[in-house]
Design a binder for this molecule. Structure first.
Ligand code: GLU
Length: 296
């Protein structure tokens, strides 16, 4: 597997709360990989969801915490909320390819559908949209749109497969994988009040920032095939991926933003130094991601 040079990585936090140790691990991995290869590491604020990221303090807090940590970034910071017209153009391209369809299902309807289907136990599989609105008759769609029934725009992944087939993608740790678009969910790419989604914005922006190695937590691995398919259909270059392990508490539970003691701010307030925090992260990585209850 050969990296393209210069290696360009990125850290792309969603400012939906305070920066926590999981973020620091992601930022550190991105910076470290870039430094190892004499490359660049970009910063991107993923704030398209104005509901989740409504507190401007959170963005300011991210900059402040990163500065405190001594993790620096190259070039200009990209802020997704300022790029809505770029995403709208990408969405239009997909629409012109006949790949989008309106989905009129409400969240409650989708949930009820899931509840009615027996799930395979213990798979923990991401619940998928069944594709209920994929084949609605054209006149019915026209009528619903005309009546102004609320809807989201989903991508028809079977049609995507007809166009691009099953492209490969690579992960530095996992090797070469193949993406089967028809096995991916028909994801929502836009809603009435947000003309983009995480999946669309992330592929458009990785390309715009010339990112060629995406380092990010393994929790996002399940979405990589879908994003690879979007890159292919939009004619964007495919970065290499480097999904890293996630930090876990002592009992193996995943650390989340709700673990307040894991926020950078709370560690700072307790007098922890950046050096101590980074050393604890390195130890956790050596232990396979075990952060424990109170490592600092
Ligand atoms: N914005 C996402 C997060 O904060 C990361 C997205 C990505 O790395 O692709 O979890």
């Amino acid at each position: 597997m050969s990296l393209r040079h210069p290696v360009i990585t990125r850290f792309a936090p969603t400012p939906s709360g305070e920066l926590h140790v999981g973020h620091v691990l992601a930022a550190w991995q991105a910076r470290r990989l870039a430094d190892l290869h004499g490359g660049r590491c970009m910063l991107r604020i993923e704030d398209i969801d104005t509901q989740r990221t409504r507190n401007p303090q959170w963005i300011a807090g991210i900059y402040e915490d990163l500065k405190w940590l001594g993790i620096h970034f190259d070039g200009d910071v990209m802020v997704q909320s300022r790029r809505m017209e770029v995403y709208a153009a990408a969405l239009e391209k997909l629409r012109n390819l006949g790949l989008l369809y309106p989905c009129f299902c409400t969240r409650a309807e989708i949930r009820a559908e899931w509840d009615s289907v027996a799930r395979a136990p213990h798979t923990g599989e991401h619940r998928r949209y069944s594709g209920r609105c994929r084949n609605l008759p054209t006149d019915r769609v026209a009528e619903l749109l005309q009546r102004g029934v609320p809807h989201a725009w989903r991508i028809n992944m079977r049609r995507v497969e007809d166009i691009i087939g099953c492209p490969q993608w690579e992960d530095l740790r996992l090797g070469v994988r193949r993406c089967v678009p028809s096995a991916c969910e028909d994801a929502i790419l836009a809603r009435k009040d947000t003309p983009t989604s995480y999946h669309l914005a992330v592929v458009v922006d990785d390309a715009a920032q010339l990112v060629n190695v995406v380092t990010r937590g393994a929790d996002l691995l399940e979405f990589t095939p879908l994003q690879r398919a979007l890159q292919a259909v939009l004619g964007l270059p495919a970065p290499i991926y480097a999904h890293h392990l996630l930090l876990r508490g002592k009992e193996g539970r995943r650390l989340t933003k709700r673990d307040g003691s894991c926020s950078v701010r709370s560690l700072r307030q307790r007098g922890v130094t950046p050096r101590e925090l980074l050393a604890a992260l390195k130890r956790a990585v050596e232990l396979g991601g075990i952060w424990g209850d109170q490592p600092l």
